[in-house]
Design a binder for this molecule. Structure first.
Ligand code: GLN
Length: 488
């Protein structure tokens, strides 16, 4: 029972169904572990001990009354940009430090209906802008494999909480890689679903045409379970798709025999860590040995992905973040005199420097005279990137590539070099621009002991095929069961 915190969601729920453990006991085990190793890793911004205990008792009652759902009683963690009724939601920012939402986001409401227990809200880069968790107002989360390294971002807290067994599974969000990149760097599974698969209702908006919510878990089966629960149509989000739900679970063990796997030349570039390349190539060889046909492909517009993203995402962010003015909610500078100086100093003191940089970039790109040169041009490049994928998926079932060009880097190493930081997302951003699903699955370690992730991209609404390929890798390489040592 000692290792209860290391169980996957499906193992834990199965044990609850057999009467071997209760949700109450699981929650106590997690709260104990969070108190013990939590401070070292800074994975949570808010731990909801009282709420979690209450929800666990409720889940145990529901089970005793004969209910059974795949999440009933499972203790989960939520990235701190999903609204949780009555539970503080900071978005990693000072400006929302005191914000307590009056309603649940769609994804969280779905989890609660399914009987999941919310342990707390996880650390993240401020407004999800970052790749290292270092822009958080609450200090960075730390990589459990090496606490002098970054966990990735922006969903770093969720990745750390899953990897260090501080929750059974978590939700993150991915605008340019924020689920997949930290999943890769922390040695866990992370899935960004197709744009529109999961409702964004109640998700604090960063770049609305790119943002997607998805699971971060200890294994592929858990990712499939969570995706099934949080997906589906929601009239509260006009971009949420009414495409019928995929069956993410039943084909999971079917293997890759007969599948065509595309390997894009543009995702193996000069400057990437050779050890990462080696691990990824080994995983691709395994897919071939298991019966997949591996084919070299080209996604010729890949080189435009980072610049395109860094026009579109800041442009949308500059508009979305206009609402934080200190009037209706959030932080307000009480010393300012007069309305416009209150607006200015609230935003000046409330936002961190990366958020300000993005607001300035976005405002500039959208301003009269520059709109056509930057924003419209970026939209055109986005279309070309999308077409590359549409072309490729005529011939291949999935595309495999590294999730990130290198394993976790040192805390502080890139904070003064935004360009270098932005390049951490070079392999993840295109999927957001195109709107396709992508999963990161652990595929090995560097000699320094840092995890490496394999990324599997699928065509629109083909989450099931990406998960099936990822499961084949997980089954063969099987490192999702290897754990970081954070207890001493
Ligand atoms: N790291 C990227 C950025 O800083 C992506 C973040 C995300 O996906 N939320 O914008």
């Amino acid at each position: 029972m000692n290792d209860i915190c290391s169980w996957t969601i499906h193992e834990l729920v199965a044990a609850m169904e057999k009467g071997q453990v209760t949700s109450k006991e699981a929650v106590e085990a997690y709260l104990g572990r969070i108190a013990k190793v939590g401070p070292k890793l800074n994975a949570y911004i808010t731990v909801d001990e009282e709420g979690a205990r209450k929800a666990a008792v409720e889940a145990d009652k529901r089970r005793a009354a004969g209910e059974a759902t795949p999440l009933l009683g499972a203790p989960l963690a939520i990235k701190d940009l999903l609204a949780t009724e009555g539970l503080r939601t900071t978005c990693g920012s000072k400006i929302l430090d005191n914000f307590v939402p009056p309603y649940d986001s769609f994804a969280v409401a779905r989890l609660k209906q399914a009987g999941a227990v919310i342990l707390g809200k996880t650390n993240m880069d401020e407004f999800a802008m970052g790749s290292s968790n270092e822009t958080s107002h609450y200090g960075p989360a730390r990589n459990p494999w090496n606490t002098s390294k970054i966990p990735g971002g922006s969903s770093g807290g969720s990745a750390v909480a899953v990897a260090a067994d501080l929750c059974a599974g978590a939700l993150g969000s991915d605008t340019g890689g924020s689920i997949r990149q930290p999943a890769s760097l922390c040695g866990i599974v992370g899935l960004k679903p197709t744009y529109g698969r999961v409702s964004r209702f109640g998700l604090v908006a960063f770049a609305s045409s790119l943002d997607q919510i998805g699971p971060m878990t200890k294994d592929i089966r858990d990712a499939a379970i969570l995706t099934s629960v949080i997906s589906g149509h929601d009239p509260m989000d006009s971009t949420c798709s009414s495409e019928p739900l995929g069956d993410y679970l039943s084909g999971l063990e079917d293997g890759v025999e007969g599948m065509v796997v595309g390997v894009p030349d543009e995702y193996f570039i000069e400057g990437m860590d050779p050890e990462v390349e080696q691990k990824v190539r080994e995983a691709i060889n395994i897919l071939e040995q298991k019966g997949a046909t591996v084919r070299r492909i080209s996604l010729p517009h890949t080189k435009y992905a980072v610049p395109t993203y860094y026009v579109i995402a800041p442009a949308e962010a500059s508009s979305n973040l206009a609402r934080y003015d200190g009037v209706k909610y959030g932080y307000r500078d009480m010393e300012a005199e007069g309305l416009s100086s209150m607006y200015c100093s609230t935003r000046n003191k409330g936002f961190g420097s990366e958020v300000k940089r993005r607001i300035m970039l976005g405002t500039y790109a959208l301003s009269a005279g520059y709109y056509d040169a930057y924003y419209l041009k970026a939209l055109k490049a986005r279309t070309l990137i999308k077409r590359d994928f549409q072309e490729a998926f005529k011939d291949v079932s999935v595309i495999v590539a590294p999730t990130a060009p290198a394993a976790a880097f040192g805390l502080g190493e890139r904070v003064d070099d935004p360009l270098k930081m932005y390049l951490s997302d070079i392999f993840t951003i295109s999927a957001n621009l195109a709107g396709i699903p992508g999963v990161s699955v652990p595929c090995g370690f560097t000699t320094g002991g840092e995890p490496v992730g394999l990324q599997i991209l699928g065509s629109y609404f083909q989450e099931a095929s990406t998960l099936r390929v990822a499961r084949a890798v997980e089954r063969e390489i099987g490192i999702t069961t290897v754990k970081p040592r954070v207890d001493n």
